[in-house]
Design a protein around this ligand. Structure first.
Ligand code: F6P
Length: 304
């Protein structure tokens, strides 16, 4: 519509609101309220008390409508990814190192034009991935991968062999399942809360994280359903670029052309604790049993 029409439309909308709502006056009202003016320029709190209420106030104060770009990426392929092992603190595989280099070329081209910041976890695979990016870096503990407790360092096959019941329970409710001595997706969401708030105030940040942690972060920005979070696809060697428009985000997946394993395991049909091992392992992605020496010279020749 033309500018004149748009202004007229907005004026009508305001008139409509003014008929429907009445202003709250803190000096006469005995209720608690928070008022946000001009997209968060002024936030007034009246009789706001309690943990949840203060949390909401904090959230309202952090509201912003400025354009924002955030780049998310998993670390480059790690030696544990190649072997199908979860958790741990492994180094990047040679293909992962290639991704780190390609990522830095992509990001450095942008960092040359605008200020940029890089957040990694405290684990070495994310730090190695960010090593060549020329921007200030921060290692954030809350970005560390899901702690798999007694299953750290195992493959899904080994989990099924050693802890079949745990493996089935996780498949039944992956969002809430907590590894013994470890964490659940819900636990990660709780520890990520301050990081997400801090991220909302930033522009041009690169977050180098991990599969489960990035599922939670992307799910937050993209408004994903909670139960879908643990199955979101966040592939290796792919930059996920989020650009804000208003309070929503546009998502672009930028796959860099460096081969890697797939670490996404779909929910199997049979999640019963009495299922066979074959049923439990049906959706486990292919991986190597030992680190292949030929893989790195000519990755197209290597066979899974
Ligand atoms: O396989 C890579 C990894 O980052 C593991 O370290 C982690 O336990 C796993 O992904 C999380 O994915 P999922 O919740 O699907 O097992």
């Amino acid at each position: 519509m033309s500018e004149a029409e748009a202004v007229d439309d907005l004026r009508k909308k305001l008139e409509h609101y003014m008929r429907q709502y009445e202003p709250i006056d803190g000096t006469v009202e005995n209720i608690s309220f928070a008022r946000v003016e001009n997209m968060g320029e002024t936030v007034t709190a009246h009789k706001v008390a309690g943990q949840k209420e203060s949390g909401i106030l904090g959230y309202l104060s952090g509201m912003r409508a400025l354009p924002q770009t955030i780049y998310f990426t998993r670390h480059g392929e790690s030696e544990y990814n190649v072997l199908g092992r979860i958790g741990g603190d492994a180094n990047l595989s040679p293909r992962g190192q290639k991704y780190a280099h390609a990522l830095s070329e992509y990001i450095n081209a942008i960092a040359g034009q605008e200020p940029m910041a890089v957040w990694t976890s405290e684990l070495r695979r994310t730090k190695q991935t960010a090593a060549e990016i020329m921007a200030p870096k921060r290692a954030v503990r809350a970005l560390n991968e899901l702690d798999a407790g007694i299953c750290e360092g195992l493959t899904y096959e080994e989990m099924q062999e050693r802890f079949p019941q745990e493996f089935a329970w996780r498949d039944q409710d992956k969002l809430r399942y907590r590894y013994p001595w470890g964490e659940s997706y819900i636990d990660i969401m709780t520890r990520l809360r301050p990081v997400l708030s801090a991220l909302e105030d930033e522009d041009n940040v690169v977050v180098v994280g991990h599969q489960a942690v990035l599922r939670c972060m992307l799910g937050y920005f993209l408004d994903a359903k909670l139960d879908e979070l643990p199955y979101m696809t966040v592939p290796l060697h792919t930059i996920v670029k989020l650009t804000s428009y208003g309070y929503k985000y546009k998502v672009e997946m930028i796959k860099l052309p460096i081969e890697c394993v797939d670490t996404h395991r779909k929910q199997p049909k049979n999640c019963s604790i009495t299922r066979t091992s074959a049923d439990a392992l049906l959706t486990v992605p292919s991986h190597y049993d030992t680190l292949p020496s030929n893989l790195w010279q000519n990755s197209t020749e290597a066979q899974l």
